[in-house]
Design a protein around this ligand. Structure first.
Ligand code: ADP
Length: 699
């Protein structure tokens, strides 16, 4: 197999040297002569963590490092693959001459629930010389590979699971739209990569009112919208409309009724006159600390009918407007190709090479795509943390998680990447069905899929290798010099790991993007801080909703009440927001205030307290205030941990005129609902809505 990026296109290489134009990596760590990170490790810690000593010590390199590191420090010079197929970690004890350790037992992977990933997973395990446990087993495995969700296997108390709790839920169209909307509220310019969306049926009224207003302003405008059922996938149930009246009656059932109606991107970038989208593979390696990798190779899926801008005549042409493989494969024009650069499914690199040949700044495009991915993960992470603590309460035995995600991205004609959706279970199939005779289908290997997907699975396994995680833990413990040092250690750990591949193995496809580029994106992690407050006041472990008493405790402990905000007003705020959100979240596990509702309440309180600032500044000021209040007078160790992102308090003016609640959630259930002060919807709040205007202008 070739390298992920064969050919001539030089894409940004996160391993060093060629950094993206617009993304600045963290400060480099100490590198050895061949560019491999060398990270001081407390030797004792590593031995206690059970890290074994490798057989293939590169003595010369070891000597060089011994000279520059303080006494009693172990060091990492990258791992080695031994002749017997075992991987030696490359962590070496310091002054004891590096006694040779025992052979490591192979990493075990429970593949009993892997479903359609199974073939690619088997190949990866074989290549790594790890051990597959195909039927599962009683004794704990190192890694559990699930096909659908975290809950495919229950009662896992150790090891690693390849799904995060809550990821399935967060990748649903409505939940993703809501999570991004919160970020659009706080950082409108940074989150303009997601098309403007409304949630049906709750926001039908806003949708039709805003569309009417847009048309009144400019009668020549005739925007098109795409309607997507909430739980749908593979293009199922999707259709285009131009008027609210064209919405089809919803099927029966509360869940089936929900959908997202979204601004349709009318001017996509075309290749061979065809619309296409990009499937990117993203590894969320860890939530805390946040670690994200992107596969440099991905897939592009092509439509099978030449594209024309939407018109009343062609709205129903799915082979022209929808890029889903599952739809287009049924078109007579679908081309199965052995080549990676032709046909209806191609590698991303082959398309980028085409674009580069036409003069497109592919480096810039790639860094825009990286930014889109990081920002999306930042939007979803706070919600995942709430699910995580509910399913794996701190202090209780449980596995750690990682997950491969499929990001679907559309390129606009002006090369701006647009997020279509995040798939929590991207297809990892490496074969496809082919009609070998009329009506007779056969599964045949798909070289394009195999090339891309096996690389992603294998790199993921290498990155989550339990021995490697122990090393990372060592580094983290050692890097007590603040967030930045910790991020540098995490970044280096990732870089070191992906460099360590055995002879004859393809070079790695997964490239670390976070924390590598954390400096440019850390400021966006405000909602995570709000979520940390939320989790802190949840009380009983396993909860995902805040009760009224806990909300009062939050207000009281953060000293937010006073003459301007009585506790009675706090209770009314709680009831009002919770009432509006209840029913909007069909998968809610219990009654009370969920994270989205809490964020809405928090932003309302921030706007009340800190006038004349942007929502983002208001939220940051209130966070500083709350965190400072909770830190004093003497926080317990747990409190200190949860406030690790806290900043110094900055006190803004209290009080001020009553602000409107910025409404990030569902619209009132019905116009007949009890009268209450008018609350602006998130749409209202965004007012001129830069995302909407920008997208439309460029579209
Ligand atoms: P599904 O999960 O059913 O595949 P998607 O959100 O991925 O739903 O949409 C299906 C297809 O519709 C996409 O692959 C893309 O081709 C097209 N599409 C989706 N949203 C938009 C949009 N806002 N503008 C233009 N095309 C879109």
């Amino acid at each position: 197999m070739s390298d992920c990026y064969g050919g001539t296109v030089q894409l940004p290489d996160v391993e060093g040297g060629e950094d993206d134009e617009c993304l600045v990596p963290l400060s480099p760590v100490l590198l050895d002569a061949s560019g491999i990170p060398v990270i001081p490790v407390p030797a004792l810690d590593c031995r206690m963590a059970g890290v074994e000593v490798g057989e293939n010590l590169n003595k010369q390199r070891a000597e060089e490092h011994r000279r520059v590191l303080p006494q009693g420090t172990a060091f990492v010079v990258g791992g080695k693959w031994e002749a017997n197929g075992n991987y030696s970690t490359g962590i070496h004890a310091p002054e004891d001459g590096g006694k040779l350790g025992k052979k490591r037992r192979p990493v075990t992977v429970d593949t009993s629930k892997a479903k359609t990933s199974l073939e690619g997973l088997k190949i990866s395990i074989r290549q790594l010389k790890w051990k597959e446990i195909p039927a599962g087993r009683r004794a704990a495995c190192d890694i559990y590979w699930h096909g659908v969700s975290f809950h495919d296997n229950e009662n896992i108390t150790s090891g690693l699971v390849n799904k995060f709790p809550g990821m399935l839920e967060m990748s649903r169209k409505i939940n993703l739209s809501r999570a991004v909307r919160i970020m659009q509220e706080l950082f409108p310019a940074e989150y303009d990569f997601y098309p403007r969306s409304w949630i049906l049926p709750d926001e039908y009224q806003q949708f039709s009112t805003q569309l009417r207003e847009v048309k009144e302003r400019d009668a020549a405008l005739s925007p098109t919208f795409i309607v997507k059922p909430d739980g749908g996938s593979q293009g199922e149930g999707i259709y285009l409309i131009r008027e609210p009246g064209e919405l089809r009656p919803a099927p029966a059932g509360a869940q089936a009724r929900q959908a997202v109606v979204q601004e349709y991107i009318r001017k996509p970038l075309l290749v061979d006159k065809l619309k296409f989208d990009i499937r990117l593979y993203v590894l969320l390696k860890s939530l805390e600390p946040l670690e994200v990798y992107i596969a440099k190779e991905g897939l592009t899926r092509f439509c099978t009918e030449p594209y024309q801008e939407p018109s009343q005549k062609n709205l129903g042409h799915v082979f022209m407007h929808l890029t889903n493989y599952s739809l287009n494969v049924h078109s007579g024009n679908f081309v199965h190709s052995e080549s990676q650069s032709t046909g209806s499914k191609r590698t991303l690199s082959s398309v980028l090479r085409r674009l580069a040949a036409k003069g497109v700044d592919v480096k810039r495009l790639w860094s825009d795509i990286i930014a889109l991915v990081i920002k999306t993960v930042v939007a979803v992470a706070p919600h995942l943390k709430v699910y995580y603590q509910a399913d794996i309460p701190p202090g209780k035995p449980g596995p750690s998680c990682f997950q491969i995600l499929g990001f679907d991205v559309l390129l606009m004609k002006n090369l701006k990447p647009v997020l279509l959706e995040v798939n929590s279970n991207p297809s990892m199939r490496i074969e496809h069905e082919r009609e070998v005779a009329p009506g007779v289908f056969q599964c045949v290997p798909s070289p394009v899929d195999e090339e891309v997907k096996v690389g992603v699975i294998r790199d993921t396994l290498r990155l989550v290798d339990p021995a490697a995680l122990q090393r990372a833990a060592c580094w983290r413990r050692r890097s007590s010099g603040g967030e930045e040092k910790e991020e540098a250690a995490t970044a280096a750990a990732g870089r070191g790991l992906v460099r360590n591949h055995p002879d004859g193995m393809p070079s790695p496809c997964l490239k670390q993007v976070y924390p590598k580029y954390s400096r440019q994106f850390n400021h966006l992690r405000l909602v995570e801080r709000i979520a940390a407050l939320f989790v802190r006041f949840l009380g009983v472990k396993g909860n995902m909703r805040l009760g009224p008493t806990a909300f009062r405790t939050f207000i009281r402990n953060c000293k937010l009440s006073g003459s301007n905000l009585t506790m009675a007003a706090v209770d009314i705020l709680y009831i009002d927001i919770v009432r509006r959100w209840s029913g909007a979240l069909p998968d809610s596990r219990e009654a009370g205030m969920g994270l989205e509702a809490f964020v809405e309440a928090f932003l309302y309180l921030a706007a009340r307290r800190f006038k004349s600032q942007t929502p983002r500044e208001q939220a940051a000021s209130l966070l500083d205030l709350c965190e400072a209040q909770l830190e004093s007078p003497r926080p317990g160790p747990e409190e200190r941990r949860s406030l690790s992102c806290g900043r110094a308090a900055s006190r803004g003016g209290a009080g001020g005129p009553k602000a409107h609640v910025r409404h990030l959630g569902p619209a009132p259930p019905s116009p007949a609902a009890a009268p209450r002060p008018r609350r602006a919807s998130s749409q209202d709040c965004r007012g001129a809505k830069p995302g909407w205007r920008e997208l439309r202008a460029e579209n």
